[in-house]
Structures are given as C-alpha cells and as structure tokens.
Design a protein around this ligand. Structure first.
Ligand code: MN
Ligand code: MN
Length: 325
C-alpha cells in the first residue's frame, strides 16, 4: 500500500529515523514499533508504573516523555562511532502496562510475565521506567538461567528492606534480587551513592555485607570517571551483566524531574563517559528508571534520560553483536 504521505523528493526519508525529527508519532529514537518478537534483536520497552515510590510520584509518565525527547537524538554516536540501528533490529515494543496497578505484588508479577516472553524470544530488553521497583521482576526474567552481574548507577543502593510495612518498593529491588539468587553480589558494582540518611551507620549495609562493590559519590568524585570504569570492568568481569541506570544518579541540576533527588551527583558528561567505558561487557539487559515528568523542568530530565538510554543502547548493541546478533 502506498504511503499517504510519501517522501517524493527525499526517498531516504521513508526511513522514520531519516525524517525530520519533529514529525511522526514518537517511538524510542524513532525506531519502528512492533510486538512481533520474532524479528527483533533489542526491544525498547516502556514500563509506565510507579506504584513502588516512597516519595514524589510521576515516573509512570516517564516512558512517554522519554520517547518524545528521544526524537531529538540521531542514530550515530559521534563519540564512539557506534551505529546500533545499522547493526541490529532495534524495535520499540511499546509499553508493558499494568492491568492491576493497585496491587504492587501483582503489578510486579505482570512485569515478570511480560519480560519472560521477551527473553524467551531471544530479545535483549532495554527498558524505560517506571520506578526502580520494576528492576526486580525484570531480573527475574533476565536472570532466570542463573545469576548475573550488575553495573548499577544510582544515588541510592536500593538494597533497603521493609518500608512502612511493605517489603517491595523502589528502595529494595536489589536486596530482593540477591535473596532470589538473581544477582551474583561479588559481580555487582554500585556507583554514585550519596545523600542523607534516617539511620546512623552505613546506609548500604546489605550491599556491603553481601559482597557488592559500593562506590559512593565522594570516592567517584575524588578518583574520577576513568577509575569508576576500571573498577566496574574489574568487578563485573566477563560474565553476563545487567545495567541499571537510575536518573537520580545525575546531579539534580541535570535531572530535577525525579522522585528522590540527592545533591552532589554525576554530571551528564561523566555519566556518558562511564557508560561508554563499559563497551565490551556482556550486557544482557538494561534500564533507565525514575524519570518523573511532573517534576521536570522543560523536558531536561527526560532529554538526559533519553541521551543516557542511547549510550546504554550502544553498549548493549555491541554486546549483542559480540554474542552473535
Ligand atoms: Mn535512586
Ligand atoms: Mn534507584
């Protein structure tokens, strides 16, 4: 069937990613939308769920706004030369939306069932949340075959325990994942942790005692992003690795639109260079979480979320190619 509005003068513009960036229905990076998993290498997935937040809500609106802002990006990474869309079939799979959003445990079960289908089809999931509680059910699918390592970039360790009577919330996904045997804590590094605490002593007690490498923001700031990359590569090693990026790892100057901001965070260029430094790790899944558009200023946080999503996509694509496409 002929297109209703064909590209007459510029045939290359039949490719959505070659069209002017302000036109069309926004998918992630203007990638084609499909729910046919048979012809997809990397699936970009929105999880519009924020039932696990402990303070300011709104991350349920993250995927739609990150899709919108991601249309500002072009398909080639000039810093690394990566061209993920040229190498692989990268598709927007739409949203993993929640049928029973008022049941937190039920919502996470829905997310797990969705991701089990994606993983079973051999698709590498790259997710936009949503609050960080969604990482636990995603890991239940991604790590179903055995524990994985993790590169975790966040202002928070997210290895807390019960809060106000609930053992599930966005401050606890990685404690639950360790308990479930989904993460090998000796292959987990947490970078950028900081902020104030309600209890004296280490806020990251479970992270430390389980064997994770915790790199608080002060250490990162003293030793620099190159050191952070070296440590991450040493800790994660050669095995399968999940990459989880909480937008609140960025300084609130870069990412004001998030639920639990903490002063004194990463700059955007530091975060970009850290993720670029992960090239060669065996990334088997990734996420960008906690973008909360109602608290955003001029789309800044969603734009930086989309920009980090692109950097993450580039390293995830390289890993996919290294595994044989
Ligand atoms: Mn956080
Ligand atoms: Mn988090």
């Amino acid at each position: 069937m002929d297109a209703l509005k064909p590209a007459r003068n510029y045939p290359i513009m039949s490719n959505p990613q070659a069209q002017p960036r302000y036109v069309g229905i926004p998918t992630f990076f203007r990638a084609p939308h499909t729910q046919d998993l048979s012809a997809v290498d990397i699936g970009l997935i929105g999880v519009p769920f924020d039932g696990g937040v402990t303070n300011r809500p709104g991350a349920r609106h993250g995927p739609r706004e990150v899709r919108n802002q991601s249309s500002l990006l072009r398909p080639i990474n000039t810093a690394t030369g990566a061209q993920p869309f040229g190498d692989l079939r990268i598709r927007d799979l739409g949203d993993c939306w929640i049928e029973d959003p008022y049941s937190l445990a039920g919502a996470l079960s829905e997310i797990e069932a969705f991701y089990r289908q994606v993983v079973a089809a051999g698709v590498t999931p790259v997710t936009v949340g949503g609050d960080h509680s969604i990482a636990w059910p995603i890991l239940r699918a991604v790590a179903a075959g055995g524990p994985v390592g993790m590169m975790h970039i966040d202002a928070h360790g997210d290895t807390g325990d019960d809060y106000m009577g609930s053992r599930i919330h966005h401050g606890t996904p990685f404690r639950r994942a360790v308990e479930d045997g989904l993460l090998d804590p000796t292959r987990v590094i947490q970078i950028g942790l900081r902020g104030t605490s309600t209890v004296p002593g280490s806020l990251w007690e479970f992270s430390d005692s389980s064997g994770m490498r915790v790199m608080p923001m002060d250490e990162l700031h003293d030793r620099g992003w190159r050191w952070a990359v070296e440590e991450a590569r040493r800790v994660v090693g050669a095995g399968p690795c999940y990459l989880s990026f909480d937008i609140d790892s960025l300084d609130p100057a870069w990412a004001p639109g998030t639920g639990t901001p903490e002063a004194g965070g990463l700059s955007m260029i530091e975060a970009q260079r850290i993720v670029r430094g992960l090239m060669g790790l065996d990334i088997v899944g990734a996420d960008v979480v906690e973008v909360s558009p109602p608290f955003d200023v001029g789309g800044l946080t969603a734009f930086h979320g989309a920009s980090m999503l692109f950097e993450i996509l580039c390293v995830a694509a390289a890993a996919r190619v290294a595994r044989g496409g």
